[in-house]
Design a protein around this ligand. Structure first.
Ligand code: UDP
Ligand code: XDX
Length: 512
């Protein structure tokens, strides 16, 4: 086709609410002839009226509506960019934006001028339009951009730092030279930026190239702006500190009955102090669920008149499930019983958000010292957390990466929620509960609370290996479907030992 100078690619997954404004803004580009550009809308599994809304907004601008090859934003953008590369002359411009974005009227003309001036890749400035995110959260997210950019490229930038799917463009020559955009399910723009960097192609990040994008918290891509905004908003709205709550204030706020459950196993050294410290006025029901302790754990509970039951099976998760079955409170709080420095703050902190905020789930967090002999290293505790749980959540459940101690046993939730989810019987219980609660009620109905500092009893590295396998199994089941490991094989000199992880799951109690 003669005279065609640019194609604008717009990937879309169910964007009927916003795509009209996007296409209208593209149809309304000034300073560039109608026949000099086309819009390619790439539908990714749309089940709504995205295509119809787009067609209605296109006016006399050429709009191609095609289906993506593959699923996810990277595939959709790639499909469109490949098509554009085939339609344009070698010095033509492949530009792309998102369906929830509205380019400025001179967006395309400014970029075409930049190409005439020698630009090969262009990053536009993305401003966030309508949003319901706290200002501080928005500011924090925007401040991340230069840090990310520096981490990605090791470079400073001239006018700004952005090169995002909402506004990026390359010449056809450049696209062909670097070998197309990698079709990732998210952050394909960051991947493309790295590719360009690797090929030594300079990116012009021009302040005059502007788009406004929606500040929605729930986007379509599994990573990206919406996930970042949601996380930042959550940090402002759902983070608590135990010091904000007092016994009197919580008594005044208390409308529901409360069960407090302590899973125990050989904790005679810490249980007494914990039971003596719990502010009993707030708690309707206190239960110790013991895992066949061989020390004085049970005696410590019974001496204080605290109900103690022995779990029939073994495993921390099984104890928690058993505790749930043997209590009736509308709100349930679990606390680990190996805490050496327990204070009233643990109970107040866990109950505070449940009693005063619109949440169904609360997770404690704390600073974790690591004790070795007489020496203590601040913030070095939590080996399974740091080496497995945190990377895993970042990889597969980015919204849950906000939880500072994802394996903490300090958990509070509504009975209704807890009875609706399965409980892995071993150490997989905490990560499973986090993921299942997130799927059941969403991040906005979850909270975390700073409980101060917590020193736990350290298990040996060999025992943590088994714990890690239990955590990984529970997480994998929620990511990739059923997996069941055999025994954990640990090679030893000329031989190996086998340890059996606890990976069975108790079914939801409400399905009984
Ligand atoms: O599986 C997906 C996810 C997203 N998108 C589209 O990719 C663009 C960017 O998605 P989103 O707004 O969720 O990303 P964010 O702005 O949050 O990074 C939007 O046009 C989406 O409709 C898509 O085509 N398929
Ligand atoms: O989070 C982790 O990585 C592990 C191990 O922590 P350390 O490396 O011993 O500080 O901690 C979990 O298990 C402890 C019992 O062994 C519990 O007390 C912790 O709450 C739990 O997070």
């Amino acid at each position: 086709m003669t005279g065609l100078r640019a194609c604008v690619v717009v990937p879309a997954h169910n964007e009927e609410a916003l795509v009209g404004a996007c296409i209208a803004a593209l149809a309304d580009q000034r300073g560039v002839a109608r026949e000099a550009y086309e819009v390619i809308l790439v539908l990714d599994r749309c089940t709504d009226a995205t295509a119809e809304r787009a067609r209605a907004a296109a006016g006399d601008t050429t709009l191609h509506v095609i289906d993506a090859i593959g699923t996810g934003v990277g595939h959709a953008r790639r499909t469109g960019m490949d098509l554009a590369a085939g339609r344009l002359p070698h010095d033509g411009l492949i530009a792309t934006t998102d369906a929830d974005s509205t380019p400025a009227p001179d967006w395309l003309a400014t970029q075409l001028q930049a190409v005439t001036d020698g630009a090969r890749a262009i990053g536009g400035r993305v401003e966030i339009g309508d949003h319901d995110v706290p200002d501080a959260a928005l500011a924090r997210r925007q401040a991340e951009i230069p840090r990310r950019h520096a981490a990605l490229t090791g470079e400073g930038a001239r006018e700004h730092h952005q090169f995002s799917g909402a506004s990026l463009a390359v010449t056809v020559d450049t696209y062909v030279q670097v070998g197309a955009l990698e079709p990732r399910d998210a952050l394909e723009d960051e991947g493309f930026e790295r590719t360009l960097h690797r090929h030594g192609i300079p990116i012009e990040r021009l302040a005059a190239v502007r788009v406004t994008t929606s500040g929605r918290r729930i986007g379509r891509a599994p990573r990206g702006l919406a996930v970042d905004l949601r996380r930042n908003a959550w940090l402002d709205e759902r983070s608590f500190h135990h010091a904000a709550f007092t016994v009197d204030a919580l008594l005044a706020a208390k409308r529901q009955t409360i069960s407090l459950i302590l899973p125990t196993r050989n904790v005679e050294g810490t249980l007494g102090r914990i039971l003596d410290t719990i502010p009993r006025a707030l708690v309707d029901e206190l239960l110790v669920v013991d895992g066949h302790s061989t020390d004085g754990t049970i005696d410590i509970a019974t001496e204080r008149g605290v109900r103690a039951v022995t779990q029939p099976a073994t495993g921390k998760g099984d104890a928690m499930w058993h505790g749930l079955a043997h209590t009736t409170g509308e709100l349930v709080v679990y606390l680990d019983a190996d805490t050496e420095d327990f204070t009233e703050a643990f109970v107040l902190g866990m109950l505070g958000p449940l009693l005063t905020a619109p949440v169904d789930f609360v997770k404690g967090h704390f600073r974790r010292p690591f004790k070795h002999g007489d020496a203590t290293r601040p913030d070095e505790g939590g080996r399974v957390t740091e080496l497995l749980a945190r990377p895993y959540l970042n990889l597969h459940f980015p919204p849950l990466a906000v939880f500072r101690q994802p394996l903490a046993g300090e958990i509070g939730a509504t009975r209704a929620l807890l009875e609706s989810i399965p409980f892995p019987m071993g150490y997989g219980v905490e990560i499973a509960m986090l993921i299942d609660s997130y799927r059941a009620v969403g991040l906005e109905r979850m909270a975390q609370v700073d409980l101060g500092t917590r020193q736990n009893r350290h298990q040996s590295l060999a025992d943590l290996s088994k714990m890690a396998l239990e955590v990984l199994t529970a997480a994998e089941r929620r990511t990739h479907g059923d997996v069941t490991p055999g025994a954990l094989l640990v090679p030893a000199a000329g031989d190996f030992t086998l340890k059996t992880p606890v990976t069975e799951e108790r079914p939801p109690l409400n399905g009984r």
